[in-house]
Design a protein around this ligand. Structure first.
Ligand SMILES: [Zn+2]
Length: 189
């Protein structure tokens, strides 16, 4: 799944109806699994690599694959939940829960770019038949599923947000995601 989709979905599922609503811990936990990806992309662009090489070769190279594995670890997310509970730092528990929800949403939607979700316990990768982007692996289906989840989550969240600014940010993000879908995915056929 794309990062903005994760953030909207995680907020809809994990944000609490009463204070403390935990918006920031949910956003941070939803972002952590993809954080290394942004650093990787900035590095690859700085190296002058063409877009094609970045995603078909550099992405699969070491040490990047090892670095991605850390952020995508379900055991690490569970550890954060346990620590948050044990130390009574509930924000930390929400960071962990949001990480795990991000992993669970990625698990069925990655084909050969699947993450090592069980690091450091196992390096097994679940190769899903459905990809969220790859047209050769039901990419259109995966992307449509992602868009539907985002729209349902947005419809649920919008009336529950108290500030006009948050509503505007959420609404704009959902419109941009829908626009991206219409431009990039529909022509896949
Ligand atoms: Zn992800």
């Amino acid at each position: 799944m794309n990062t903005p989709s994760h953030l909207i979905l995680n907020l809809a599922v994990l944000r609490r109806p009463v204070a403390p609503v935990m918006t920031w811990p949910v956003l941070i936990g939803g972002l952590i699994p993809d954080a290394a990806l942004f650093v990787f992309y900035a590095w690859a662009r700085a190296q002058g690599l063409p877009e094609q090489t970045i995603w078909s070769e550099a992405y699969y190279s070491q040490p990047w694959q090892d670095i991605f594995a850390v952020g995508n670890s379900i055991p690490l997310g569970l550890l954060a939940i346990a620590l948050g509970y044990y130390l009574k730092r509930y924000w930390l528990g929400f960071v962990g829960a949001s990480m795990v929800l991000h992993h669970l949403a990625d698990l069925p939607l990655h084909h050969d770019d699947a993450h090592r979700h069980f690091w450091p316990l196992s390096s097994v990768r679940f190769i899903s038949p459905v990809s969220y982007w790859d047209a050769d692996h039901f990419g259109r289906l995966g992307a449509t599923l992602e868009l539907v989840l985002v729209l349902v989550a947005t419809a649920y969240l919008l009336p529950r947000l108290s500030s006009r600014v948050s509503q505007a940010v959420l609404g704009t993000t959902a419109v941009l995601i829908t626009g991206g879908y219409l431009v990039l995915v529909r022509p896949l056929g």
